[in-house]
Design a protein around this ligand. Structure first.
Ligand code: TRP
Length: 364
């Protein structure tokens, strides 16, 4: 069986380092591993509209931002198909047929949707489009027969629901769809990178993000203002590393090479943590180290972004061509789905012959 990746992001803002360690970095590694036959990376504009339907301009503006972030991280249109969800009408068509296979109570149990409903104050009145977006996400994944979906932890319930839809479809209509596997980040810090306030997940509305497109100075200011350990007042005080944002970021970003380069007094993160916990290590020192680590990771991304920003029409062209390619794949699956569901009336000579015989018999 072919190894196929599909994943994507809602274009509601620029992507931040939480997206990066949660999924983007891994996608680029997978792309460059050469282990996959096809890779589809989708800008999920239609899904973004499910809770931004009153703000289409925002979604439209952010399509290019997300595409620039993709390209600057190293997603390469020669290896990965970058496309826009709404340009593939087959995805909507599949969503409609899959919605027969999902109950309202099953949708209500989706933990991510539940949290999002609360966050958006949709409790009393949930837009149907938003409520059913997990079904549309199943369409996104299965249209490309994806075997692997690299995403952040919050997307796990969507993949589980997709797998259920696949099993149900295949058991009723025959083996057409492929059950995808989820690929989560392998370390806890990457799974849920907190915002610079340390309290919550990084989110634009909370204003606690470090964006991939932030300038060097922005990143430094944000790192220096990071939440650490409120009980660590004097340098000599023992410090806590759990819940300490700087250490969580170091868990997600640093490696032993960074210590050799920027902080040779320590061999690795465990030694640094040990000193901090014991007392005698100041916040400024660990923040400066984190800043060096982050700048090293983000500098090439920023530089590539600057190059792509010079030719925005070319970026739109990449998306347009990617959407054409993606559509061909989705259309092939759609044809199989329709034939399995017996929605193939005009190209089935046997059906037409049988139906006419039925009426000829009556006449005879
Ligand atoms: N729900 C994803 C997000 O919020 C975006 C998305 C839409 C997606 N369809 C997908 C992710 C299919 C993976 C696979 O970022």
């Amino acid at each position: 069986m072919e190894k196929i990746i599909l994943t994507g992001d809602r274009p509601t803002g620029r992507l931040h380092v939480g997206h990066y360690v949660g999924s983007l970095r891994r996608r680029v590694q997978l792309q460059n591993s050469g282990e996959f036959d096809k890779i589809f990376i989708m800008v999920a504009d239609a899904q973004a509209l499910t809770d931004n339907f009153e703000n289409p301009e925002k979604v439209r503006q952010n399509i290019i931002e997300v595409a620039l972030d993709y390209l600057s991280c190293g997603l390469d249109p020669a290896k990965s198909t970058l496309f826009i969800q709404s340009q593939i009408p087959e995805l909507t068509e599949l969503t409609f047929f899959y919605s027969n296979l999902v109950t309202v109570s099953r949708l209500q149990r989706n933990p991510t949707v539940k949290t999002e409903i609360k966050m958006r104050n949709f409790e009393t009145s949930i837009p149907v489009g938003f409520f059913t977006y997990p079904i549309s996400q199943a369409a996104d994944i299965t249209a490309f027969k994806a075997t692997c979906v690299p995403v952040g932890e919050d997307q796990l319930p969507m993949i589980e629901q997709t797998r259920e839809i696949v099993r149900k479809f295949n058991s009723i209509y025959g083996e057409v769809l492929v059950e995808p596997d989820v690929l989560l980040p392998d370390n806890q810090a990457c799974m849920r990178l907190p915002g610079i306030d340390g309290k919550q997940k990084m989110s634009k509305s909370l204003g606690n993000c470090i964006y991939l497109s932030d300038t060097e100075a922005d990143v430094r200011t944000k790192v220096m203002s990071m939440y650490t350990d409120p009980t660590h007042i004097q340098i000599t005080d023992p410090g806590h590393v759990e819940g300490n944002c700087v250490f969580t970021y170091l868990d997600a970003f640093s490696n032993n090479g960074h210590f050799e380069e920027y902080l040779p007094d320590y061999h690795n993160l465990d030694e640094l943590k040990e000193h901090y916990t014991r007392g005698g290590l100041g916040d400024v020192k660990i923040k400066k180290f984190l800043n060096n680590v982050l700048q090293e990771e983000l500098a090439p991304i920023r530089a590539r972004r600057a190059e792509f920003e010079k030719d925005i029409p070319m970026v739109y062209d990449i998306l347009k061509r990617g959407s054409e390619v993606a559509r061909e794949h989705a259309a092939a699956t759609m044809a199989e789905v329709k034939s399995a569901m017996k929605i193939n009336y005009f190209d089935d000579a046997e059906l037409i012959r049988m139906q006419s015989e039925k009426y000829h018999k009556v006449e005879d």
